[in-house]
Design a protein around this ligand. Structure first.
Ligand SMILES: [Zn+2]
Length: 469
């Protein structure tokens, strides 16, 4: 049967696959300034050329969509399945110890190098799945097309370009996340709040508050500057706020002001309960202090009322919701800046499938305005994404997963957005298994476990045979 043939095929072609992944890792393909005809610069374009050359060598027809994406076709039959992977990578840090990021190195069964896991290894696994079916003489009635993008990490403008030209296949999976199958992705609402006010000289007053750099990261540090109180006068409040929030506060006097540092810990915005938000902890403290009444202080208190510490589900903001498939909405205030005349905050909200602009955007806008703050009029919900678990496509993926791993396959819902988010019948399928070791994706010493990737390739081949055969 096909399963045994595939196991044998990939045992023989293991080294070929390692060589081809290594050739792609060696080409640094993080996004650079555009060049004429190369929208993401030299690296992603060179990597696409290399990938398409590998596919041509295998005997497949390829097409380059202006260096935004490339496509590899199994045959010229009508396409039933698209596989969506990417060749661009995130920039590298300086903590690599196993090898240099663009010098692939095999250590035992792990292949190290930037992009090995995200997403060059999976792209090559999909290509080899096509090649295996071809070499084994498996006949497909319909075409499978591998699409390799060059801008997944910086906003997916690559596939926007592609789908402006080509239509979506009846089924699409992207091997750029996790197994078994991600068929539900929450909606996203990024709120930007602001207020401006006249400077008030009455003391004590808050001179500044600053925290957060990225909207999707729960901040672990927040600095507040107070005028008109001493560190000694603040001490008991810091203790009280630490007890209430679990965050750590320290105060230091500096040029007649007191600088308070709040330390919490960070987490991804889709799982705010795993962190301890230093902004909301600081707002808890600031709301306890005997600050002189002012328009600015009232705006700051309004932020504390809307986003109180530990309210991960948008209850105070009036947007708490939940459904059985995607779970609870989450909401977290991740960027905050306060000066003597202005306030700005940004939240990252991951909304349940039941979210709409009516029950989310309109509600939080009203609650914000009632408290005297402004929500940027451009803020709107990015629709959630869901492909029903009962659909034949998702059922096929789950069946193959069970057949090849011997484990129960359940579809999963996530708060983040994958490459397949905007596709009507698109899901994420692999390549991280529930039991995979941390592969340092986006970090130093990124690697792919070749034993797992070879299993992925066999699963992809089976899926292609089942869907296009
Ligand atoms: Zn990726």
């Amino acid at each position: 049967m096909l399963k045994n043939q595939l196991a044998e095929y990939f045992a023989i072609h293991r080294q070929d696959m390692i060589d081809d992944i290594s050739a792609l890792i060696a080409i640094q393909s993080d996004r650079q300034d555009p060049l004429p005809g190369k929208p993401y610069g030299e690296g992603p374009a060179a990597c696409l050329d290399k990938a398409l050359a590998i596919a041509s060598r295998m005997g497949f027809a390829t097409k380059n969509y202006d260096y935004y994406v490339g496509a590899v076709d199994f045959s010229d039959a009508e396409t039933e399945l698209d596989i969506l992977a990417h060749l661009d990578v995130v920039p590298v840090g300086d903590g690599w110890t196993v090898t240099e990021p663009f010098t692939p190195k095999l250590v035992g069964t792990k292949l190290y190098g930037r992009g090995s896991n995200d997403d060059k290894g999976p792209a090559v696994a999909a290509l080899y799945a096509m090649k295996a079916l071809k070499d084994l003489g498996v006949e497909l009635k319909k075409n499978v097309r591998l699409i390799v993008g060059c801008d997944e990490e910086c906003g997916s403008s690559d596939i926007a370009h592609y789908y402006a030209i080509e239509k979506e296949a009846p089924c699409t999976f992207s091997p750029d996340a996790e197994f078994p199958v991600i068929n539900t992705e929450k909606g996203a609402f990024q709120g930007r709040y602001s207020a401006s006010f006249a400077e008030d000289k009455a003391l004590p007053r808050i001179v500044s508050v600053d925290a957060g750099t990225k909207i999707n990261i729960v901040p672990d540090k927040c600095i507040s500057v107070i005028e008109g109180m001493t560190a000694a006068e603040l001490a008991s409040y810091l203790e009280e706020a630490a007890a209430a929030t679990g965050a750590a506060f320290t105060a230091a006097e500096k040029d007649g002001l007191v600088e308070i540092t709040c330390k919490g810990y960070s987490a991804h915005a889709s799982t705010p309960d795993r962190g301890n938000n230093a902004i909301t902890a600081s707002l808890t403290l600031l709301s306890m202090l005997p600050i002189a009444d002012s328009e600015g202080y009232r705006a700051l208190l309004a932020m504390d009322r809307l986003f109180p510490h530990g309210d991960w589900y948008g209850e105070a903001a009036g947007i708490a919701m939940c459904d059985e498939i995607s779970g609870k909405l989450t909401n977290t205030l991740d960027i905050f800046h306060y000066t003597l005349t202005s306030l700005e905050g940004a939240t990252d909200c991951r909304a349940s499938l039941c979210a709409t602009d009516e029950n989310l955007t309109d509600v939080i806008r009203k609650n914000t305005e009632d408290l005297g703050l402004t929500l940027d009029p451009a803020c709107a919900l990015r629709e959630p994404h869901h492909v029903p678990a009962e659909s034949p496509f998702v059922q096929t993926l789950l069946k193959v997963y069970e057949q090849y791993t011997g484990k129960k396959g359940e579809p999963i819902a996530i708060g983040g957005g994958t490459y397949a988010h905007h596709l009507k019948n698109g899901v994420a399928f692999g390549c991280t298994f529930p039991w995979s070791e941390d592969n340092h994706m986006h970090g130093d010493n990124e690697f792919v476990e070749m034993d797992e990737l070879l299993l992925c390739a066999q699963m992809f081949a089976q899926v292609i045979a089942d869907i296009c055969g």
